[in-house]
Design a protein around this ligand. Structure first.
Ligand code: GTR
Length: 407
């Protein structure tokens, strides 16, 4: 279905029943913390692994090797300190590696809280900072981002800066770390021959099984490997690291936050179908459409639910609930109908019972809030003016939310 044929009519959203968040596979209602933590949460994790994002391979790699990718320096007239770290997943040297770009507030009195997120076009796009290493990896050709023949050019520097307000972040005492998602797995369907997947193949295996990870799984794995480094950096407070992502990378931040409970706070920015939006609403992007256009993002099993959303054993409110009891924030944009803002709101709302069970508060509202009127306590939500993207408004709300929970 082309985007133009997508349903944008609320009256044509089918009636649906969401899978019960707090009833376990045996049919017993979950009413204690132990039942959630010991049984129901692991069940939900397994369902998302098997049917949506895929399992990570069981083999562990050798510990990551960390080295400097460039000299540290200062930025913003000394307000920020910039570091670039190369993280290798496995020797020898030609095996995949990722570069972490890190900004820290120069004026700090102790370890700082930090936001970690993947970026779409290379670390050098997030600020007009000539000292950032220009990525030499494959990326989608895009003149607006200075990407020619799948490679970044000098013209690409700073082209995503509006989405990464380093100055505002360091002024409020936050660090920022980012990694190019293509360092982990280039975002196209190549049958999983590039990126990190082949590092994990069993002898004779040459693509993930139907219930094994796709690209979102690999990206989420990379966020955890970045976290492995960040938690040992003494200038960063390992208990106050938030994971944030936009759109396909917001689907990824939700999955990374579910998998890795070291993330203290989880943020989904306009993540839509396969992210924060309820699949059963079939509003805007659908399971059929996303698994056709981006077959590599999910595990192969997910495509079986095209036009059969009601048969999915999960829906996305359950993904949000996997963040509990850690604070989670879902943000929508008014004109971003492809991502189904109402579906994102409803998923955040229906994650509430897991939070309340754990002694936290959810959105606890009866209807969708007004534009730019954030709601919720341990689950946060806003819908802002404008279209698909990340704006200063979004970041200001994430910092407000982090201040309430991470300070
Ligand atoms: C779209 C896709 C969305 C969203 C978006 C993005 O093409 O249909 O699910 O992920 O890309 O990542 O910007």
């Amino acid at each position: 279905m082309a985007p133009s044929e997508a349903n944008y009519d609320e009256t044509r959203v089918p009636a649906y029943d969401l899978p019960e968040l707090l009833v376990d596979a045996g049919g017993t209602t979950v009413s204690t913390v132990e039942h959630w933590t010991g049984t129901r949460r692991p069940e939900i994790m397994r369902l998302f692994e098997e049917h949506v994002y895929g399992k990570n391979p069981p083999q562990a790699l050798p510990p990551v090797e960390v080295s400097a990718a460039a000299e540290a320096g200062e930025y913003l007239d000394g307000a920020a300190e910039r570091r670039q770290i190369k993280v290798r997943f496995s020797p020898p040297a030609d095996h995949p590696a990722m570069d972490i770009l890190l900004y820290l507030p120069a004026r700090r009195t102790g370890p700082v809280p930090l936001f970690l997120g993947l970026n779409f076009y290379g670390n050098h796009t997030i600020q007009p900072d000539p000292d950032i290493v220009l990525s030499d990896r494959w990326m989608r050709s895009d003149p607006a981002h200075g990407v020619v023949d799948h490679r970044a050019t000098e013209a690409s520097r700073g082209t995503s800066a509006s989405r990464w307000p380093v100055e505002r972040l360091v002024a409020r005492g936050y660090g920022l770390a980012t990694v190019y998602c293509g360092d982990l797995d280039p975002d196209y369907d190549d049958g999983f021959q590039n990126g990190i997947h082949p590092l994990f193949y069993r002898p004779g295996q040459n693509r993930p099984d139907a219930d094994e990870w796709g690209t979102i799984g690999a990206w989420a794995w990379g966020l955890s490997r970045a976290l492995d480094y960040l938690v040992i950096d003494p200038d960063i407070d390992s208990r106050r690291i938030a994971v944030m992502g936009h759109s396909r990378l917001g689907k990824t931040s939700l999955w990374a936050g579910a998998r890795d409970e070291r993330f203290a706070l989880v943020i989904s920015n306009n993540s839509g179908c396969g992210g924060a939006a309820l699949s059963r609403r079939r509003f805007g992007e659908t399971v059929r459409r996303i698994t056709t256009t981006f077959p590599h993002w999910f595990c192969a099993n997910f495509a079986r639910y095209a036009d059969r959303e009601d048969d999915l054993p999960v829906d996305q409110h359950m993904l949000i609930a996997l963040a509990a009891p850690r604070p989670v924030y879902v943000a929508s944009a008014e004109e971003d109908r492809w991502a189904d803002p109402r579906g994102e709101f409803l998923a955040a709302l229906h994650a509430g019972p897991a939070y309340r069970l754990l002694g936290m508060e959810g959105l606890d509202v009866t209807g969708m809030p007004a534009i730019e009127a954030p709601v919720g306590r341990h689950i946060g939500y806003h819908i802002r003016h404008g279209g698909h993207g990340v704006t200063a408004y979004d970041w200001d709300r994430y910092m407000d939310f982090a201040e309430r929970h991470m300070h």
